[in-house]
Design a binder for this molecule. Structure first.
Ligand code: PLP
Length: 260
């Protein structure tokens, strides 16, 4: 059977018709870093930049079949997971990861859109923590996702975010990257937490700019660098700088809602 030898990132997630987030953003990001992609679609959504109108879930067996076919067809050197929609899809994806423990997996635990629509059913959170997180190289929650995943109030300072992070680490991922973009202050800091290691902080100046899909971009950029065999800490550093540069060049000004 033909097998593509160049390293690929297998992107597992939902489509967003607006192009602002989801698998279109993932593929764009990973390609721009010179890494090829293959694909397993978990959901199809109809969205504008302001609202999610419709969500159609893929059957869980079809998600697993897409992943297995992608893994057979290509040399998959990393997996990036975004929107998973249901507990059944979470379990199906975890099953395929169990068959491929050598491939580093980046999980962006997408729970809801910025406009407030749930992108993961509530009963799927337990399955994600129990079945999926222990199989992941790194999980990348923002502060809102972190609080929901550990069942706490939103962390108002770095100390409480770190405490919540330690609790989520106990669910078994090898590392956690807490994204501080939703906090305030002159710098935007993400923190890499690993068991028995000191936390590592990655800070960039906070820009007066915003853009959809930055979470998708960061997790995808980290996966692309892992696929190029960079160690985790380097992959995170390069991923964070990549998103900073894109935001600086292409984000829109917060208050005026217009492009820079
Ligand atoms: N739609 C899909 C398919 C996504 O994967 C995501 C986030 O990962 C979103 C929507 C939410 O994007 P935003 O928060 O920018 O609205």
């Amino acid at each position: 059977m033909a097998l593509r030898r160049e390293p690929h990132v297998l992107v597992v997630g939902g489509s967003d018709s607006s192009g602002g987030a989801g698998i279109a953003r993932d593929i764009e990001t990973i390609s721009s870093l010179g890494v090829r992609t293959c694909l397993a679609v978990t959901a199809v959504t109809a969205q504008t930049h302001d609202a999610v109108m419709e969500i159609h879930h893929s059957p869980p067996g079809l998600v697993a079949d897409q992943m297995r076919a992608a893994l057979q067809a290509n040399k998959v050197a990393a997996i990036k997971i975004g929107m998973l929609a249901t507990a059944e899809i979470v379990v199906a994806v975890a099953g395929v990861l169990l068959e491929n423990p050598q491939v580093p997996t980046v999980l962006d635990p997408v729970l809801a859109s910025t406009s407030g629509r749930a992108l993961l059913e509530t009963d799927a959170i337990a399955a994600m923590k129990r079945d999926l997180m222990p199989l992941c190289r790194v999980v990348t929650p923002n502060l809102i996702e972190l609080a929901l995943l550990v069942g706490s109030e939103l962390a108002m300072d770095e100390g409480s975010a770190l405490q919540q992070g330690q609790r989520l680490l106990a669910a078994g991922p090898q590392a956690l990257l807490i994204k501080g973009g939703h906090a305030s202050g002159p710098r935007s800091a993400d923190i890499l937490l690993r068991p028995d290691r000191e936390p590592v902080r990655f800070a960039t100046p906070r820009l007066n700019a915003s853009m959809r899909g930055t979470g998708c971009m960061l997790a995808s950029a980290v996966a692309a660098h892992l696929a190029k065999a960079s160690p985790l800490e380097d992959s995170v550093r390069k991923g964070k700088l990549f998103v900073f540069e894109i935001l600086r060049l292409r984000g829109w000004r917060m208050r005026e809602r217009r492009y820079l």
